[in-house]
Design a protein around this ligand. Structure first.
Ligand SMILES: C[S@@+](CC[C@H](N)C(=O)[O-])C[C@H]1O[C@@H](n2cnc3c(N)ncnc32)[C@H](O)[C@@H]1O
Length: 380
C-alpha cells in the first residue's frame, strides 16, 4: 500500500490508511446494517471492486496563491477554504502531475488567481478529463474575463508535453459567476476536438467538456454489463431509462431490447446522448428532454417492461414514487451513488415490489462513497 504524499492534508481520500480489503468489508457491512435498519428482506450480493488507484476519469483543480506563488490543487481537509499545491493524485491519473506542473509554469508571474471573496483575479479552475480505454485527455482552463489569455503560448506549451496519453482537446472556459462551482458559461475550443471518446465494452461515448459521465470508467463497464445480464432481454422488451444522462445504460440495453426511451432534463446532455446513439449505429432508442416528474405526470408508462432509474444523490421525490407506483412496471433496476436515499426509496417501493437483491459496486476506493444496484420485481 502506498500513501499519496498529500494524504495528511487533502480533503479527498479519507480511507487511504485503511487496507483496501478492509474498506470493502466496511462498505459491505454498512449496506448490511442499512438492510436491517430499513427492515428489508433482500439478498445482498457480494461487493464488486476494480482498480484501487487511478480510477477517476475527471478532476477539477483550483488556482490560488501560497507565499505569493501560484498554486493549483485541491482543498485542505481541515481548513476547507484553503488550498494546497497538488503534486500527485493517486486516484486520478499519472498525467495529472506533468500537466499541473506545466500549467503552473506557463501561467505563473503572468496571471492572478481568482480570489472568491473580492471576486478579483483571472485563474479559477483547471479541469482534466481522461479516457481509460482509449487514452485521450481533455484539459479545460477556467478563468474570469478580467485578463486575456495568451492562447497561442498556452496551446503550444501544453501540446508539446510528453505524456502517457494523448491530449486531444484543449478548452478555455470563461466564467464570471460568483458561484465557486465550475460553470461552463462560455466555451472556447483552443485546440483539437471538442470531445474525447471513451470505449465502454464495445460502445463508444463522446465526452464533451461539460458532459456528465460516471467517474469510474472501469466500474461502469461492469455495472452496465451486469444490468444487461440481469435484464435477460429477449428483444421484446420496452425499456424506460430515467435520468439517462448521455444514454449509457439505455444504449447498452437497446442492443437486446425492442425499444428504449431515455429521459434527461438537460438539453445539451440529451444532444450528447443522441450523438452517442448515432455513433454506435443504435436506432431503437429515443431521448426525451424533460423533468422526470413532468414526464411521468403526462405519459402513460403501463406498457413498459423494464424501468431503469439512476437519479442524482437526492434520490426520488414522493411525487415521482407515487407516479411510478401508480403505473407499475414488472421490473425495475435502481442504481444510486447514495445508499441512504436508495434505501429510503426502496422502502417506499416495497409495498408493491419485491426487492430481489442489492449489489454494491465500489466505484470510489479510498473514499466513503459507494454505488449500489437494486433489482425490484412487481409483486403479484
Ligand atoms: C446520476 S446521473 C445518471 C446518468 C446516467 N444514467 C449514466 O449512467 O451516465 C443523473 C442524471 O439525471 C439528470 N437529472 C437530474 N435531475 C433530473 C430530473 N429532474 N429529470 C430528468 N433528469 C434529471 C442529470 O442531468 C444527470 O444527467
Amino acid at each position: 500500500m502506498r500513501f499519496c504524499q498529500h494524504f495528511s492534508i487533502c480533503g479527498g481520500c479519507q480511507y487511504q490508511d485503511i487496507p483496501y480489503f478492509e474498506q470493502l468489508k466496511m462498505k459491505e457491512s454498512q449496506i448490511k446494517d442499512m438492510i436491517d435498519f430499513f427492515e428489508l428482506s433482500v439478498e445482498l450480493k457480494p461487493i464488486n471492486s476494480y482498480r484501487e488507484w487511478f480510477y477517476r476519469n475527471k478532476m477539477e483543480f483550483t488556482f490560488g496563491k501560497e507565499d505569493s506563488n501560484l498554486i493549483c490543487g485541491l482543498h485542505r481537509k481541515k481548513e476547507k477554504r484553503e488550498l494546497f499545491n497538488l503534486r500527485e493524485c493517486l486516484i486520478f491519473s499519472p498525467c495529472a502531475e506533468p500537466i499541473l506542473n506545466k500549467v503552473r509554469e506557463v501561467l505563473k508571474d503572468r496571471y492572478l488567481p481568482y480570489e472568491k471573496f473580492s471576486h478579483r483575479g483571472f485563474l479559477r479552475h483547471l479541469v482534466i478529463r481522461e479516457t481509460k480505454f482509449t487514452d485521450e485527455i481533455m484539459i479545460a482552463l477556467v478563468t474570469t474575463t478580467q485578463d486575456k489569455l495568451d492562447q497561442e503560448e498556452f496551446v503550444k506549451e501544453l501540446v508539446a508535453l510528453k505524456l502517457e496519453k494523448k491530449i486531444s482537446s484543449l478548452f478555455w472556459i470563461l466564467n464570471d459567476r460568483v458561484s465557486d462551482a465550475v460553470i461552463f458559461e462560455e466555451k472556447r475550443l483552443l485546440w483539437g476536438q471538442p470531445f474525447i471518446t471513451e470505449k465502454i465494452a464495445n460502445l463508444n461515448f463522446r465526452i464533451f467538456v461539460d458532459s456528465f459521465f460516471q467517474t469510474n470508467s472501469y466500474g461502469i463497464t461492469h455495472l452496465y454489463k451486469k444490468i444487461e445480464e440481469y435484464a435477460q432481454l429477449t428483444g421484446e422488451e420496452r425499456v424506460l431509462d430515467l435520468y439517462c444522462g448521455v444514454g449509457s445504460i439505455g444504449l447498452f440495453l437497446a442492443r437486446r431490447a425492442k425499444f428504449v426511451w431515455g429521459v434527461e432534463i438537460k438539453k445539451e446532455i440529451v444532444e450528447n446522448a443522441i450523438v452517442n446513439a448515432q455513433l454506435n449505429g443504435i436506432e431503437n432508442i429515443s431521448f426525451i428532454c424533460s423533468d422526470v416528474k413532468r414526464f411521468l405526470a403526462q405519459k402513460d408508462i403501463s406498457n413498459i417492461d423494464i424501468v431503469v432509474i439512476n437519479p442524482p444523490r437526492c434520490g426520488l421525490s414522493k411525487k415521482i414514487k407515487k407516479y411510478l407506483l401508480k403505473m407499475p412496471s414488472p421490473r425495475i433496476f435502481y442504481s444510486s451513488c447514495n445508499p441512504y436515499t436508495l434505501f429510503t426509496d426502496l422502502k417506499d417501493f416495497s409495498s408493491l415490489y419485491r426487492i430481489v437483491f442489492i449489489e454494491p459496486f465500489d466505484f470510489f476506493p479510498h473514499t466513503p462513497h459507494l454505488e449500489c444496484l437494486a433489482f425490484l420485481e412487481r409483486k403479484n
